[in-house]
Design a binder for this molecule. Structure first.
Ligand SMILES: [Zn+2]
Length: 437
């Protein structure tokens, strides 16, 4: 499919270009120019000129799709089921017992519900860690989304259970890595240093090296986790993973809320990709990650929503805004994380973090076309002095009109094109009946 977005204002973490046209060919941003003629772009095969779809971008901004760099997509099933609890109690008493009985079809339908929510709020790529990941992969393939998927591994040792966990994770790599026209990549996801034994962590490291895939894990999320790590291992969780050589593999580390100076130096030295989840950390009262300190020494910090059970939505506009506001509060400095920096964290830093920095994250000729259009002719957006400020501080997802992933329109004028939204909503209502308290 060929698409021309006409007369749109292009906004990304690098630049703002008013009144430009953007031409998408074979899934790639082929040209950005003040004026692109549909006839001219088809001069090599004029017969096909009728297949060029024109999108009127007047009164809209186009920005790179958000990258939600840490989530547990199908947990939208548990949205609102167990709120206002500390992480340990929330996980051990509420979430893990019900997850034990989770069924594959629930993971599939709630993955679709989550993807629909993400598309509607401008996300075009995400990093997910959960169970029955074949079902999530199927939902990603069908919906046209882009994702880094991983089976969450929880195992104390490489016993029968541990072997099964590793085998399931390895199979996902074999079955899905690089699939769906390259939209799906697979990582290995030992859940956290405190839920996986060192044998398991070393095993995931070795498989990640041999398969050439990333590791996705939770790291230093709560003060309690760090306290226990010192008590049990005599070192911080960050130092522990470094000592096991986990950082020799490209690694995505969610949270890093409770990291000291030595930890931050290790994260920078090993190019660990940190994912900041401000809403989830606030809701579970885990704390506020020292984003400024990490960025100051060159750590790439992306943004994520975490699962919807601890958020309770998947809206990256909210994460962007909260990320900058919380850093301003903790540093007592309003110049901290200006709007453009927050936008970069949600787009290009996210793309780099999940290993697709060459493909996405900016509106650059030659990159894959992962693009969101937003109507800025809105009462909460006008008078449009500064498009980046409006996007970060004023916008809400209701203004998003069109979403393109890998050159395919997945939302057109407010309607999802690859997902039967009414059917997914009906399934979500039907499958959630047994979970009601
Ligand atoms: Zn998480």
């Amino acid at each position: 499919m060929r698409i021309i977005v006409k007369n749109v204002t292009l906004v990304d973490g690098l630049t703002v270009k008013e009144d430009h046209d953007l031409y998408i060919k074979d899934g790639v941003i082929a040209c950005i120019s003040p004026c692109i003629s549909p006839i001219k772009v088809n001069s090599d095969d004029i017969e096909e000129s009728h297949v060029v779809q024109i999108i009127d971008g007047a009164g809209k901004i186009a920005f790179p799709g958000f990258v939600n760099a840490h989530t547990h997509l199908s947990m939208v099933l548990f949205r609102g089921l167990a709120d206002d609890l500390p992480l340990k109690e929330w996980l051990e008493k509420e979430i893990w017992p019900i997850e034990k009985n989770l069924k594959p079809q629930e993971v599939y339908w709630f993955a679709l519900l989550g993807i629909a929510e993400m598309i509607r709020s401008g996300t075009t790529a995400f990093a997910d860690m959960y169970f029955y990941m074949d079902e999530v992969a199927r939902a990603v393939e069908e919906s046209g989304m882009r994702a880094l998927l991983a089976c969450g591994i929880i195992a104390e040792s490489y016993d029968a259970h541990g072997r099964k966990e590793i085998e399931t994770a390895r199979n996902l790599i074999v079955d899905w890595h690089g699939k769906a026209n390259g939209r799906i990549n697979v990582a290995l996801a030992p859940h956290a240093p405190y839920t996986c034994g060192c044998e398991i962590l070393e095993k995931t490291r070795d498989i990640a090296v041999s398969a050439g895939v990333m590791i996705h894990t939770h790291l230093s999320e709560t003060a309690d986790e760090v306290k226990r790590s010192y008590a049990d291992l005599g070192m911080s969780p960050v130092k522990y993973l470094a000592s096991l050589d986990l950082f020799s593999v490209p690694i995505l580390a969610a949270h890093c809320v409770h990291v000291n100076e030595e930890d931050i130096a290790l994260l920078a030295e090993h190019n660990v990709m940190v994912v900041h989840n401000p809403t989830s950390n606030a809701k579970l009262a885990s704390g506020i990650a020292p984003v400024m300190q990490m960025k100051a020494v060159g750590v790439n910090v992306a943004l994520g929503t975490d699962g919807a059970a601890s958020n309770n939505n998947l809206d990256m506009l909210e994460e962007m805004r909260l990320a900058t506001l919380l850093q301003k509060v903790t540093t007592k400095d309003p110049t901290t994380i200006p709007a453009i920096e927050a936008l970069r964290m949600a787009t290009c830093s996210g793309a780099t973090a999940i290993g697709i920095g060459e493909l996405a994250g900016t509106l650059t000729v030659g990159k894959r076309a992962d693009i969101v259009l937003m109507d800025i002719d809105k009462v909460n957006m006008l008078p449009s002095y500064d498009y980046i400020s409006d996007l970060v501080y004023a916008a809400n997802s209701q203004a998003i009109t069109d979403v393109i992933v890998d050159g395919q329109i997945v939302m057109e004028r407010g309607n999802l094109t690859t997902i039967d939204e009414e059917r997914v909503k009906a399934k979500a209502r039907e499958l959630s009946v047994g979970y009601r308290k």
